[in-house]
Design a protein around this ligand. Sequence first.
Ligand code: SF4
Length: 371
Amino acid sequence: MLGLYVHVPFCSAICNYCNFNRGLFDADLKARYVDALVEEIKRAPRAAADTIYFGGGTPSLLEPEEIARIIAACTSSFDMADDREVTLEANPESVTQARLAAFKTAGVNRLSFGVQSLNDAELQRLSRLHSAARARAVVAEARAAGFDNVSIDLMMWLPGQQPSDWLATVDGAIALAPDHVSLYLLEVYPNAPLKEAMARARWSQAPDDDAAAMYTTAMERLEDAGLRQYEISNVARAGRQSRHNLKYWTDGEWLGFGCGAHSTRDGVRWKNVSATEDYIGRISRQASPAVDVRRLSPDERLGDALFTGLRLVDGIDLNAIDIRYGVDVWARFGGELQSFVDAGCLRHEGDGLRLTREGMLIAHEVMAVFV
Ligand code: SF4
């Protein structure tokens, strides 16, 4: 079944490290954008789908009625599974318990909060609008609003962050008893305002060895708390893995709606135009918002399946790959992969191929073999 991704490109303020497709909130632009989204979804060819993911930007800046309209467009254009997963990314400062309850009534059944840190100094360095106290409160409000599937995003390797600071955030996150946690490594882009702020204030990121220990210790603590790692950056309680994101890692198919959204279906990949006004203009002229439409070659499809599948803790089923792509992966790549097996970074057992936790630290080197 398809996953449906809906991009919402609005934020209340722009964070100093952000490289996503987003802009400042504007009520008039948002209203026209939601109309365009509904129109794009209505035009999609009918198919079965089981997940909807509102990502951004800050999707929680939309009104619950707008989210309800978009979900209704999905359910009328697609054969949506009864047990659909409907995720809304939300920033802690953008919601209240009443607003969360209204999102639930609108059809959202999973929340993903951009917590990032439970340390106020770190949140300020990242120019985030919320405090640690607000982040703690929002998880309790989500529970009170009836959500039984709550994820939080955390960022590590922050400027000026000591390993002990990071582990305090991890412990604080565990105390909130989330169902799912995503851990991201901060990447400071060359022209990010944060880079300049770091130079001015002499904030640096921890050395690589510390970063590796921060990652592995966090994973151990999360697993001890019952949150099993299932992907390089993700842990979840049993049955609470992100069904939508699993489509990206299990060679699935998805359609993206909205500006800058990507789609992959039937071996074709495309991307919608990035600029919000351009997107709205194309939809209102009945033109396609898609740019950059590409049929993937068999080797690209195989490479993607291996590259993304290796992100999963369970790794890749080489027999399934052989059936789908007619390629004996070990015969083709084994020569290059054996050194990673010998180094304890990769396990090749029967039809399985998976990274060890040490291997996850150098995943990009292993995956480079496939692309
Ligand atoms: S809230 Fe998220 S999408 Fe918006 S500017 Fe900050 S990091 Fe970027």
